[in-house]
Design a binder for this molecule. Structure first.
Ligand code: ATP
Length: 246
């Protein structure tokens, strides 16, 4: 793990439940996620992908081990500080877009700023809105937008605080193939054009191929990492992990 890692996990384990019903979702995971890169996380169902993302993002607390975000050790933070960190220093994009239906596109995008009582930087807002291609839709409400457009609002909302990392949990899971590709290209552009760090959980080898590196989880451990992934190579690796035949 180097200083260029935005997130550093050291021997992170997560056990759900106790006694006989205990499930080890992560087993001593040690990994650094590099700054300004796009990392995809893949693995069979139940391999620990969501748990990995939640622990890395401060949404969940490991049973043991440590997680560092930038220079902050997450285990040292109380719940109030963690909430603050989640609002200001990380962004989230989920499968369900989680927009507020009664708010306009602009109000949805700037919501994290209002929640953390941060001034809206109009130039930054304009740049983001243009980057995600929603300049003409700023006054619309989510119901007036397509699924792809709604997810672009969610991405803009994730970017507006200048987070150290944008975490995606199956961000293209609810989108058709074409729209998914547009959203993936947009995430790729935030890395290439804005130096954003993106970490995304996905089941889709094509989605993973937009990343710089793919991490493969199996049974709570990092089984492999692949640089310069292609969808064919990722699919072949997943087949060897037994991902498609459960
Ligand atoms: N809240 C919980 N309580 C008990 N067990 C849990 C909980 N959350 C996850 N698990 C278990 O931990 C393991 C890892 O779950 P996780 O959701 O991280 O896997 P995943 O790779 O994201 O799976 P999927 O691809 O199906 O979403 C699974 O065995 C799961 O059943």
């Amino acid at each position: 793990m180097g200083m260029d890692d935005v997130v550093a996990m050291d021997a992170v384990s997560k056990v759900y439940g106790k006694g006989r019903s205990a499930v080890a979702a992560l087993r001593e995971v040690t990994i650094g996620l590099p700054r300004g890169r796009f990392t995809a996380v893949m693995g069979p169902s139940g391999s620990g992908k969501s748990t990995f993302l939640h622990c890395a993002a401060g949404l969940d607390t490991p049973t043991s081990g440590s997680v560092r975000l930038g220079d902050t050790e997450l285990s040292r933070l109380n719940e109030t500080r963690l909430t603050e960190l989640r609002r200001r220093r990380v962004g989230f994009v989920f499968q369900a877009f989680n927009l507020v239906p009664s708010l306009t596109v602009e109000q949805n995008i700037t919501l994290p700023l209002r929640l953390s009582r941060t001034r809206v930087d109009r130039a930054r807002l304009r740049e983001i809105v243009e980057r995600v291609g929603l300049a003409e839709r700023i006054g619309h409400r989510p119901a007036q937008l397509s699924g792809g457009q709604q997810q672009r609002v969610a991405i803009a909302r994730a970017l507006v605080t200048r987070p150290e990392v944008v975490f995606g949990d199956e961000p293209t899971g609810a989108l058709d193939t074409m729209t998914a590709r547009e959203v993936l290209s947009l995430l790729r552009e935030t890395v290439d054009g804005m130096g954003q760090t993106v970490v995304m959980v996905t089941h889709d080898p094509v989605a993973a191929s937009y990343a710089d590196t793919v991490l493969f989880l199996a049974d709570g451990r990092i089984a492999d990492a692949m640089d310069a992934p292609t969808s064919e190579k990722v699919a072949a690796r997943m087949t060897r992990l037994g991902a498609w035949n459960r």
